[in-house]
Structure formats: structure tokens, C-alpha cells
Write a protein that binds this ligand. Structure first.
Ligand code: ZN
Ligand code: ZN
Length: 187
């Protein structure tokens, strides 16, 4: 398939790469219909968030379910879904307390001799470097979506991609920022 691949700071290419495949029974493979470029992608492009291996970019995407892992219950082939950018397991303490962006299970890679980067980490993110789990992103024809029963939401037929795509990050992240400012008494 074709995908937008980060190689090194300042060097992002439109490459031919291997198609994603089901790796765990709780995965689905999504055929991407729309994806967005985020301001946060620029942090990777500039080298501000380090990444040493080539990586498929993109944490804001939606699409059609193409293939379903054997344990996925809530989605079926052909469903059109929008996918929030944090990857969450649905089972851990944080996921059970409506704080899934702090999921303890999705970002399982260890860094540093004492795993010190693990202490402050949050959930894994799609296409956001090995620090955030090393998952391929959705600026591609297809993407693997882990824990597919937990975060993806089926989109009503009467809504266009453009009406829901920004639920992946921009809209809820902006909303949280406004809530934070109003709590601090700022406008
Ligand atoms: Zn974003
Ligand atoms: Zn979790």
C-alpha cells in the first residue's frame, strides 16, 4: 500500500510499504477514507519528538472496516468508523475511570535502563513515535486498529467524513483546552 512515512527530521516521504495485518485477535484493519495532518505532526517532522526508525504518520483518521480479528465483537466488515487517537485497552484502572488517554496497557514499550520514560507516559498513540507505542498511523491506505472494540465509533450514514473526522483529536483536544482555561479563569 501507499503511506506517508517519516524517515528523519525534515524527511517525510510517500512510500510503498507492507500492508498491515491482524496481529492480535482484538485488532481490525481499516481501509482509510479520510485522514488529517495535525499540528502535532510538525513536532515529529522537526525532530522535537524523536523517532529513529521509519514510521507511518497520522493519528487522525477514519475509514471502513476491512478485516476483523476473531475476538472483535462490536465491529464487522463494512462498518464505517471514526477512531480516537489514543489507543486504550478498556480494562485497566484509567480506562475504567474515563481516563483512557492514560491507559496503562497500550504503550508497553520500555525505554531507558530503568524504564524511566514509562513513569510519566500516557496511552499509546497512532503514528506518534516509539515513545507512544510505535504504532503505525493512518496517513495510509490501511491501518491496524488495536483494541477495536473499545474506542472506534460507528458513524451514522447521513454524516459525511468531514463532519466527524475532527472527533479523532482536534475537536475534543480543543474542547479540553477551553475547559482548562475556563477553570483557570482565563478566556
Ligand atoms: Zn492531532
Ligand atoms: Zn487501559
Amino acid at each position: 500500500m501507499k503511506a506517508v512515512v517519516f524517515h528523519k527530521p525534515g524527511d517525510i516521504r510517500y512510500d510503498t510499504v507492507e500492508d498491515p495485518r491482524i496481529e492480535l485477535a482484538t485488532d481490525v484493519i481499516l481501509k482509510v477514507t479520510s485522514t488529517a495532518i495535525c499540528g502535532s505532526d510538525l513536532h515529529i517532522l522537526s525532530g522535537g519528538v524523536p523517532q529513529t526508525e521509519p514510521m507511518i504518520m497520522g493519528h487522525e483518521f477514519m475509514g471502513i472496516v476491512e478485516e476483523v480479528g476473531s475476538e472483535v465483537k462490536n465491529l464487522k466488515k463494512g462498518d464505517r468508523v471514526v477512531v480516537p487517537f489514543p489507543i486504550s485497552c478498556g480494562q485497566c484502572f484509567f480506562c475504567q475511570h474515563q481516563a483512557s488517554p492514560s491507559c496503562e496497557n497500550s504503550n508497553y514499550k520500555h525505554y531507558g535502563p530503568n524504564g524511566d520514560m514509562m513513569d510519566q507516559k500516557g496511552a499509546a498513540l497512532f503514528g506518534y513515535t516509539d515513545l507512544y507505542g510505535g504504532y503505525s498511523g493512518g496517513q495510509a491506505e490501511y491501518v491496524r486498529v488495536p483494541y477495536a472494540d473499545i474506542s472506534p465509533r460507528v458513524v451514522p450514514e447521513n454524516m459525511s467524513d468531514e463532519q466527524v473526522l475532527f472527533l479523532t483529536d482536534i475537536f475534543p483536544t480543543g474542547g479540553l483546552r477551553l475547559i482548562g482555561l475556563s477553570l483557570k479563569g482565563e478566556k
